[in-house]
Design a protein around this ligand. Sequence first.
Ligand SMILES: NC(=O)c1ccc[n+]([C@@H]2O[C@H](COP(=O)([O-])OP(=O)(O)OC[C@H]3O[C@@H](n4cnc5c(N)ncnc54)[C@H](OP(=O)(O)O)[C@@H]3O)[C@@H](O)[C@H]2O)c1
Length: 288
Amino acid sequence: MRSRSGDLHPSELPPTIKKRYNPSSVISGWNNANARSSRVCDGGGIIFAHPYYHSLAFTVNRPHTTVVLAMSADGKIADRSRTAAHIGSHHDKLHLERQIARADALLLGAGTLRADQASLPVTTPALLDERQQQGKPPQPINIVCSPSGNLDPDWNFFRQGIPRWLLTSPEGAQRWQEQPQFERVLIGAATPSAERLVFDWPVVLEQLAQFNLHRIAVLGGAELIASLLAVNLIDEFWITLCPVILGGADAATPVAGQGFFTAEAPRLDLCEVINIEGELFLNYRVKR
Ligand SMILES: NC(=O)c1ccc[n+]([C@@H]2O[C@H](COP(=O)([O-])OP(=O)(O)OC[C@H]3O[C@@H](n4cnc5c(N)ncnc54)[C@H](OP(=O)(O)O)[C@@H]3O)[C@@H](O)[C@H]2O)c1
């Protein structure tokens, strides 16, 4: 059997290189009387590492990546001011915190941090307990992607009780040399041909896996998500569809970059829909 691209289909690969992964994309125990959930697809997936299966999605030993976003009904993730648009309800905030609590690390684009100037720590006691039972530290590592390193140490982010790493360029690293704000400053592998530094995500994600980071929540923004999606390294989306219209020709949408032609656009499986008071929590898995 052949996949659409002509590569070997996963079922043809030797069993020794198949690794089951936990189908943990489905929120269980969503304990809200107003929540109505429909599970649309089920079952696990398989991560493959095989020389013939040369989709980047199957890079050896990389973390599972889940994008978590809130979007208006007209497809915007920020309002016309482009500052942090808190378009979701308190249910959405709890949902975001749940997703954060499941992660070993968060990836935040510098643009998102410039807009929000803060991250969302895990504070709900049940989620902190869960992390403790799983042998995880109370907070996931907040990894800021910023080749420029142009970040303001006065932001609230740097006063929050969370572990912070910086993924940057050699120039960006110089800015933060011997500063206490970041526990770790990583110089990310970069794509050599790019006009400005663009991270080489397959290499960077393999490097993050070596730090035992196996689940990453990608918290945006649009440029970061576009660059990961372009190399097929997003596994899952949680999109909260908020009942509000933001409009604006220039307002950010979930995925920036150059965009895709329809024929090659990433396709999604809808796995779960949760409706809480008109706000829809949509879980998609990226088709491989
Ligand atoms: N509604 C939501 O759920 C949600 C979530 C997140 C963000 N947002 C909104 O989205 C907007 C920010 O999105 P954005 O697209 O402007 O910014 P972004 O993706 O957060 O950040 C862009 C910056 O991140 C770095 N970066 C990202 N991808 C990179 C790559 N592949 N290689 C190298 N560097 C990379 C660069 O940093 P340097 O500039 O330092 O070089 C770049 O300028 C804000 O308005 C924010 O409020 C909304």
